[in-house]
Design a protein around this ligand. Structure first.
Ligand SMILES: Cc1cc2nc3c(=O)[nH]c(=O)nc-3n(C[C@H](O)[C@H](O)[C@H](O)COP(=O)(O)O)c2cc1C
Length: 172
């Protein structure tokens, strides 16, 4: 898809058909886009964890109590390792959240390009999710998204509720 069309038409999808799996090559292309994302000092402090098995999905689904979320056939968890991310010498600021946000955006835009629905989710129960995915020491979960296709007949809202251009841009 043309890049600006992709930006305009992507929206959060909250409707997933559990029987429509994302095939492996599509999944891999999406993950590859995340792998290619930039990061501070090129540290790439991330791991992309994909839950697709019935057993693992069962566990991961407990972290977010929305029915549409529980229908998704795949759940992608973007995990970061603080010990691997870049730290600014002046004030110890670490770039981990920025790095992971960029990776997540690459993943979401690549998914959109593949016609795969996503919804960036952050309002999950962190402890439940950490346990479900076997989070390691030093690792933090940054965000998750379902990956999948809506039920037949689903239509996108096709409306972008956003502040105006003038409100968010300042030329100086
Ligand atoms: C950092 C972040 C966290 C979000 N967390 C949630 C969430 O927990 N649950 C949810 O349904 N949507 C969540 N969203 C989706 C936003 O509500 C959505 O992106 C926003 O309303 C704009 O709509 P659009 O994605 O359809 O363009 C989140 C989005 C971002 C960027």
């Amino acid at each position: 898809m043309e890049f600006y069309d992709l930006i305009k038409t992507r929206e959060s999808i909250r409707d997933y058909d559990p029987n429509k799996l994302v095939n492996e090559s599509v999944l891999n292309r999406i993950l590859e886009a995340g792998r290619l994302a930039p990061s501070a000092s090129n540290r790439q402090p991330w791991t992309f964890v994909v839950a697709s098995s019935k057993e693992k999905l069962e566990e991961v689904r407990q972290c977010y109590h929305k029915e549409w979320f529980k229908q998704a056939p795949h759940i992608l968890v973007v995990v970061g390792d603080k010990s691997k991310s870049w730290v600014r010498g002046y004030d110890d600021y670490t770039s981990i959240e920025t790095d992971l946000a960029i990776a997540m955006d690459y993943l979401i835009l690549a998914a959109e390009n593949e016609g795969v629905g996503t919804c960036w989710i952050i309002a999950y129960d962190y402890q439940k999710l950490a346990k479900a995915i076997g989070l390691k020491e030093n690792e933090v979960i940054y965000c998750i998204t379902p990956l999948g296709y809506p039920h037949d007949g689903f239509e996108k809202k096709n409306q972008k509720i956003r502040k105006s251009f003038e409100e968010v841009v300042r030329f100086i």
